[in-house]
Design a protein. Structure first.
Length: 45
């Protein structure tokens, strides 16, 4: 996630389709924990 390398505040916004299972969304979010993301925000439907 090179896009976050030059940013002072590293916030990842996630918005998923209503049809996705929670486990799919969680699996997509999980790698963010290892790349210096400061905050993760789940967007409302």
């Amino acid at each position: 996630m090179q896009v976050f390398e030059r940013r002072g505040e590293r916030v990842l916004f996630v918005k998923a389709a209503d049809s996705l299972e929670y486990s799919v969304v969680a699996a997509a979010i999980d790698p963010a924990h290892g790349v210096s993301i400061d905050r993760l925000a789940l967007m409302p439907r």
